[in-house]
Design a protein around this ligand. Structure first.
Ligand code: AMP
Ligand code: ZN
Length: 114
């Protein structure tokens, strides 16, 4: 737990969130500023700053994060597809430095991203 980390505080229950799925090591909750009809943020409960740090520290947890995102897609009935995004670092558009997978779906998504 990192005391000044937004997502650590959500994991700890100190800040509210609409949780849609939880495992022993992963939490999924709705994004506060949704960019698609379904926009869920999937985070490890343990603090890792970004995907590089997560992969270096715990490869298995990185896999659990992806598996949980796929579970949420099924729970949200995204039968026609969805997109997973992991913004990383400043150029990647990361604003919360606790690694997270964005699950976006419920509409056709364009490519390339901005
Ligand atoms: P990123 O820009 O990839 O680091 O993504 C951070 C995401 O966290 C953004 O999509 C924000 O809308 C989202 N976010 C920020 N604060 C909250 C919050 N309190 N609850 C849920 N999502 C949040
Ligand atoms: Zn954190």
């Amino acid at each position: 737990m990192s005391g000044d980390c937004l997502f650590c505080r959500i994991v700890a229950g100190e800040l509210p969130a609409t949780v849609v799925h939880e495992t022993d090591r992963v939490l999924a909750f709705r994004d506060i500023a949704p960019q698609a009809p379904v926009h869920v943020v999937v985070v490890p409960k343990a603090h890792h700053a970004d995907v590089s740090a997560l992969a270096a520290a715990d490869e298995h947890l990185a896999g659990e994060l992806l598996a949980a995102a796929a579970d949420v897609a099924r729970l949200e009935h995204l039968d026609h597809g969805y997109r997973l995004v992991v913004n990383t670092g400043t150029d990647g558009g990361q604003t919360v430095f606790h690694v997270h997978v964005h699950l976006l779906g419920g509409r056709g998504l364009t490519w390339p991203p901005g």
